[in-house]
Design a protein around this ligand. Structure first.
Ligand SMILES: [Zn+2]
Length: 218
């Protein structure tokens, strides 16, 4: 996101929502993701950056389709994870630290992302090209743009994965158009945006784009 030419450059936000508004956005996002079948068996996690240096983020182990306010943690950005956090919360916090304009990070266990990730993990990316829905990604104007969606191997060492993701986005060549998200092989999808609305649009678009790539392979 440090590169203005990438699809991940976002409109700068000077004002973050108050914590309650951010938490409600997290609850609503979880409800919608559950309706799509993206968060089975308490999978997935969602966060929205709030005012006062706080991040509203899902507690570990809760049904993401039926969350209440007590399922959302008031996580101070840049500080140790609170008790009850998901291990993957570290991936969210690193993204917020690396990219100051990011307002929301959503993680789901989409079928197409999980499967395609395993097929593409050796290449380290899935290239999206020729799909009209690419234009739903911030900054993409045409289906002809080659959009790189990074793929990382699954691991239980979340700190190492956070470092790997951070380095990948920081070191990508300037002429590479990166998607606002990444895939973890055999696991799922991360997507983000300048606010919850944009992050949801990116998540939804990437899910369909990946399903289209998978269908084309079949
Ligand atoms: Zn996960």
């Amino acid at each position: 996101m440090s590169q203005p030419s990438t699809a991940t450059s976002a409109t700068a936000h000077s004002v973050w929502p108050d914590w309650n508004t951010a938490a409600q956005a997290v609850i609503e996002t979880g409800r919608q993701a559950a309706q799509r079948g993206w968060v089975p068996a308490t999978a997935g996690n969602f966060s929205v950056r709030a005012a006062d240096g706080l991040v509203a983020i899902t507690r570990s182990g809760v049904d993401k389709g039926a969350m209440v306010l007590t399922d959302i943690l008031r996580q101070p950005a840049g500080q140790a994870l609170l008790p009850g956090s998901s291990a993957e919360a570290e991936l969210h916090l690193r993204l917020y630290a690396d990219h100051p304009t990011l307002g929301a990070v959503f993680h789901t266990h989409n079928l197409a992302a999980s499967v395609l990730g395993r097929l593409h993990v050796a290449h380290g990316r899935i290239v999206l090209e020729g799909w009209e829905l690419q234009k739903a990604l911030q900054g993409i104007r045409t289906h002809e743009t080659r959009v790189h969606l990074p793929v990382f191997a699954n691991t239980q060492d979340i700190a190492a994965l956070a470092n790997e993701v951070s380095a990948h986005f920081a070191l990508a060549p300037a002429d590479t158009v990166l998607a606002p998200g990444y895939v973890i092989a055999g696991h799922g999808l991360y997507a983000w945006g300048s606010d919850a609305r944009q992050a949801w649009r990116h998540l939804e678009a990437l899910d369909v784009l990946l399903a289209q790539v998978l269908a084309l392979r079949a």
